[in-house]
Design a protein around this ligand. Structure first.
Ligand code: UD1
Length: 353
């Protein structure tokens, strides 16, 4: 059987690594890795391949940046001949990025089977581009691998046959479990014992000048009591510059490699983020997380984990942060099947197809 994996953007890489490794242990499966090139900077892509032990892609579509329509269309146009030439038995797609939905559309129309890793997550907010990507990908997928039971429920409600749904757990946690020992050995020069780790890149938070200004003002306020360490996504850094905003006193870093960022998370006093994956990683690590979003497609991190949604409510943000700084942190537990073996469970199901 020939399995073709598609990755494109930073959050895909920690999800594909465990599945590639687990499938390698099954005889009779050959694997092809395609990188769409949605992310192309060394520190958004290459460094993740090195640290996660992912082999160099067999094909790079080099689509680069663009509007949603353009980026999605470029992936589709460049991927179609690759699928026609290689005729995979199954294509595995990951997460909710534009490369994921573009691939599901191409394969759906060519009659090539698709497996979606991290299926079933829903924020119920269609203003998020990722929500559109999730809805379309899940309708087209033949095998849906979910990280938690809420994903199964969402899919059944949308009419997906139960036979296609497999609750396998969280593959991203597989990568975390395997690289946490290395992460604990990393250090960042001159960092104090206690600090807030920040990431922000959602269009809703960073593309509007007034919103981004208000968030930065909150962070400058935090920075008076607790050093703010802020590895900035290229889009966020650009917006700060374009809008001429003040982030001078924050410790702004380039995007961090995976292991280094995991080290920073594991030691943080609090993580402040709008990322999806970081809500999950902090839940696993038991580190307090304040999510600067009104909703989450990962409600289990709020129900079971250490995540608290603060949205744009500055009062709530201040109150929750004060509680954490006073040592009154929300105790969480690790959701079922977030155990470092999700990739193996996916491989076992794929091998039976
Ligand atoms: C994408 C995903 C998002 C994910 C995020 C992680 C979609 C719809 N969104 O958002 O779900 O959480 O990746 O990072 O697929 N850029 C660079 N260098 C790069 C890549 C991007 O400078 O290597 C800049 C470009 O200016 C680009 C912008 O970042 O226009 C946005 O990149 P894009 O891939 O379109 O979306 P992300 O915001 O990264």
């Amino acid at each position: 059987m020939n399995v073709l994996h598609i990755v494109g953007a930073r959050p895909n890489f920690m999800k594909v690594a465990p599945v590639l490794a687990a499938l390698r242990k099954h005889a009779g499966i050959s694997q092809t890795l395609v990188h769409t090139g949605q992310h192309y900077d060394v520190n958004m892509s290459d460094v993740f391949f090195q640290q996660l032990g992912i082999p160099a892609p067999d094909v790079n579509l080099a689509v680069g940046s663009g509007s949603h329509a353009k980026q999605t269309a470029e992936v589709m146009t460049r991927l179609e001949p690759v699928i026609l030439e290689r005729r995979p038995d199954l294509v595995l797609v990951y997460g909710d990025v534009n490369s994921t939905v573009a691939t599901a559309l191409v394969c759906g129309k060519l009659g090539v089977r698709v497996g979606h890793v991290e299926a079933g997550l829903r924020s119920f907010d269609r203003s998020m581009p990722e929500e559109i990507n999730r809805l379309v990908t899940d309708q087209l997928a033949d095998l849906l691998f979910t990280p938690s039971a809420d994903g199964d429920e969402n899919l059944r409600r949308e009419g997906v046959s139960a036979q296609k749904i497999f609750l396998v757990g969280n593959v991203m946690i597989d990568s975390l479990v395997s690289l946490l020992p290395a992460a604990r050995k990393t250090s960042v020069d001159g960092l104090p014992q206690r600090y807030a780790l920040v990431t922000l890149h959602r269009p809703a938070n960073v593309d509007d000048g007034a919103t981004l200004k208000a968030i930065l003002e909150s962070l400058l306020e935090v920075n008076r009591d607790l050093t703010v360490v802020f590895p900035a996504h290229p889009r966020t850094r650009k917006r700060i510059e374009d809008f001429g905003l003040n982030a001078g006193q924050l410790r702004l870093l380039d995007p961090c490699p995976y292991v280094d960022f995991l080290g920073l998370q594991s030691r943080a006093t609090v993580v402040i983020t709008d990322s999806g994956g970081i809500q999950e990683e902090t839940t696993y690590l038991g580190v307090p997380c304040l999510t600067v979003r009104e909703n989450t497609e990962r409600p289990i991190t709020v129900l079971m984990g250490t995540n608290i949604l603060v949205g744009r409510d500055r009062q709530k943000f201040r109150a929750e942060l004060a509680r954490i700084l006073a040592g009154n942190v929300k105790k969480g537990s690790v959701p079922p099947l977030w155990d470092g073996h999700a990739g193996e469970r996916i491989a076992a199901i794929v091998a039976k197809q």
